[in-house]
Design a protein around this ligand. Sequence first.
Ligand SMILES: Nc1ncnc2c1ncn2[C@@H]1O[C@H](COP(=O)(O)OP(=O)(O)OP(=O)(O)O)[C@@H](O)[C@H]1O
Length: 618
Amino acid sequence: MNSTFYDSEKPATFLGLLRYSRFFTGSAIITAIIAAALSIAPFYVISLIAGELLKPTVNPTRLWYLAGVAIGLVLLRWIFVSLSDMLAHKGAFTILFTLRKRAAQKLGEVPLSFFASQSSGKLRRTLYDDIDSLESLYAHILPNLSSAPIVSLSALILLFFADWRLAIIVLIPLPIAFFAQWWMTRGMGDDMREWIGLQQKISGEISEFIRGVHVIKSFGLDTRSFGNLSKTIHIAVDWAHSFAARVTRSFMTFAILLRGNLVLVAPIGAIFYVNGSLDAATFVLFLLLSPLVLEPLLTLSGALHEKMNHIEAMDHINEVLTAKPLIENHNSKTPEGPYEIVFDDVSYSYGKRLAIDHVSFSAKADKVTALVGPSGSGKSTLLKLVARLYEFDHGHLTIGGLDVRDWRLDDLLDKTSIVFQDVVLLYGTVADNLRIAKPDASDDELKEACRLAKADGFIEALPQGYDTLLQERGSQLSGGERQRLSIARAFLKNAPILLLDEPTSSLDPENENLIHEALETLYKNRTVLIVGHHLQNLVSADKIIVMDHGRLAGEGRHEELLKNCPTYRILWQDQLSAGDWSLGEEAGEAEEKTGSKGQHDNTLSTQQDVLAEKGGQS
Ligand SMILES: Nc1ncnc2c1ncn2[C@@H]1O[C@H](COP(=O)(O)OP(=O)(O)OP(=O)(O)O)[C@@H](O)[C@H]1O
């Protein structure tokens, strides 16, 4: 992650990217220019043949000779065209590959907040479509652009040498065509931007559609219910029709005017021929070459249209390439531990939305600190700040005495195990997914970690056990199974800092108890920061931090908070009510029980105990 093979944060430019493939693209341009020069030569030879044929006595040997030369030149031109095409494609794919690698490297360096500001559809379009679209630039447009002027210029020079009067006639449509083109394409740059914006919108909405299709189905709705997507597609189709009509009109006018020079050259050349001021061979040469003088301008015009697309694509690519990476201080020495985590007046906003508001607290080394609070109060954000997935805006955050921004990122990730609510499983086997936590883990280590995480049972029941290929995002596993795999990863990694964001949120009560036993083992001698909603599972935490609307509402042990922290008391009471029993007597029972369970009771579930008792009684 630390090694960069490019200038980080520098935007890419069309010319700058050529340095990734100097040899191939340079050779492609040279061979395209040679091919262009060769494309004029056969016409000259053909005009000589025509002149020969119009002589009173035809020399067959010379005719055969000239025909042979013309065919040879055509063949030679095709060899250079093919060579140029092959080299240009090699060059283009080298550039695309390097650019994609550069973008992927940058995505690995930016904080998670970068992804929050981009829709996944847009990002995918940038990495795939926008980068792919540059292929036509380097493989086709660039060689064509380099050779087109050569064809024009060499044909024009030849014609000026042959007859300067008629050569001027050849050029007459040029200013008229340019004026017409400019007139008809005014304001199209903005239209193009609008078009690209529409495409991005569709791409984003398609991603939403795919992500949300199960919700649509589960509510018995059909695809017509995706009003936004279909509305955007209809707007895009109407827009594309009217835009295509405008582009076609302007392009056709330009093309007709440029190709129209023959309309002037043929009659005026005929007059010159009849009055004897132009010989037959030269006249034929003009008839053959006149269209070629201005025709390459059509290539140039097409390339300019394409360039608008490419400018837009390059803007998107540069949004990724110039994104600010996380700053690393490579000189700092990673602390050896113990790893106390201290928030000192820390604030963080998602854009303009303040999520953490001047929060200060410490999570003692090798102790369990629980983060609780109403939904949206900022608990998960605090965990993400510790793992530096987001960069806090204000205050200080230290781990083991060192500012988190001074930690080497690799070391920080190395010392931290994270279990999130949304478990990310990648395409690969169960074992591959586990080894993300420890690439060199032996099979026995995998099995031991899974045993501790209570994941061994279901893995062994899979068709190929640890070698079972997981479908996309592990969709053949239940939420609880995916979560247990994630906990197994934490066991495997064996890091001294443990960040858990509702690790048991997808588990049924039976599994939840099992996992809590497993987690108790995992907690030993680690600094643990755990976000949880089920307070009854957290009452024996060494410290509980209560968050409310991004602020610290209280801190301490369960009993202290029940007395001193209204937010906590409300949360606790809400949970007792949600447990389907009244707050009166039984809530009191629960509190009493909590108090009586002592400071280091490992069975964390007060409410479950009470409920179990209720079950036993009934
Ligand atoms: N990526 C994001 N972009 C914008 N706002 C966000 C983002 N993630 C979270 N927020 C907002 O920040 C605030 C804190 O969110 P956070 O997820 O930290 O809360 P939480 O206490 O963990 O919530 P929950 O218990 O529901 O998981 C919320 O108001 C949330 O809407």
